[in-house]
Ligand binder design. Structure first.
Ligand code: ZN
Length: 269
């Protein structure tokens, strides 16, 4: 943040607060010796963040709903290792290492939304989609050789990354068709990814290309490289788990669940 951006940025921070109850933790300003400190945020990043938050708020039916759902959140930049972001109730940290995507912002805010509801949104999604979590069943499934991974961990090879239901660290047997799965998949990640898919699928926005790329990769043949994510995998083998009816993600139970929650058709207690 340059000192010349200060007026613009101060105005932006007020907008974040009044429109979304978002507090951006400023790390710029006057240092101990009186000189200007740029901090880690760039002016353009704050403008982008504002636009990305607006996409989620729009999907939720407006700013008032966003504020009600998330209940106020502080966003800061932090050193969080290899992750792009981290979220808890009312707190989101973004990696200070690189630029963030619209996908990351919506994904992390979805976690904050879930956290603000004692993580019961992801529990409800798991139930609605017909999934369950069981470490003993996961162990048994892997023991019986019904796995697409190593026994204790995934392997960085096509068809070995742990994408089958239950073949993951959490023992998460997802129901219906998520847009993807990996060793870290669990109900919370499922919820956050489902929100990002929902925001991107029907719109023509910063998440749409990625949302459609996630679905279309299952039309590739085994061993092909998916051009969006740059990954080689046995896509055709995974289509039955992830490719929605007629390639239309809006026909999945996840899409209906998120749509029901944002439209108030599904009421969670
Ligand atoms: Zn996540």
């Amino acid at each position: 943040m340059e000192i010349s951006d200060l007026d613009h940025v101060s105005q932006k921070l007020l907008e974040f607060k009044s429109e979304y109850q978002i507090d951006i933790l400023p790390d710029w300003g006057e240092g101990p010796d009186g000189s200007w400190q740029n901090g880690k945020w760039l002016k353009d990043e704050l403008d982008k963040l504002h636009r990305f938050v607006g996409l989620l708020a729009g999907a939720m039916g407006g700013n008032a709903n966003f504020i009600k759902n998330i209940g106020g959140v502080q966003i800061k930049k932090a050193n969080i290792g290899s992750h792009g972001g981290e979220a808890y109730s009312h707190r989101v940290s973004l990696s200070e290492k690189g630029p963030f995507s619209a996908w990351t912002i919506v994904h992390e805010l979805a976690h904050a939304w879930d956290a603000n509801h004692r993580w019961q949104l992801s529990v409800a999604l798991e139930k609605y989609t017909g999934g369950y979590t069981s470490l003993p069943f996961s162990f048994l499934k892997r023991l019986l050789g019904q796995r697409d991974s190593g026994f204790w961990k995934p392997e960085e090879l096509p068809g070995r990354r742990g994408r089958f239901p239950g073949c993951n660290a959490a023992g998460y047997f997802y129901g219906d068709k998520p847009s993807g799965s990996n060793w870290s998949f669990n109900r919370k990640e499922d919820f956050a990814e489902s929100v990002a898919m929902y925001v991107g699928w029907n719109g023509n926005n910063d998440l749409s290309t990625q949302a459609h790329a996630r679905v279309e990769r299952y039309c590739l043949h085994n061993g092909a490289k998916d051009t969006f994510f740059g990954q080689v995998d046995n896509w055709a083998d995974y289509a039955r788990h992830f490719y929605p009816e007629d390639g239309d993600y809006a026909r999945t139970k996840r899409w209906h669940f998120i749509d029901g929650v944002v439209s108030g058709k599904i009421i969670l207690t």
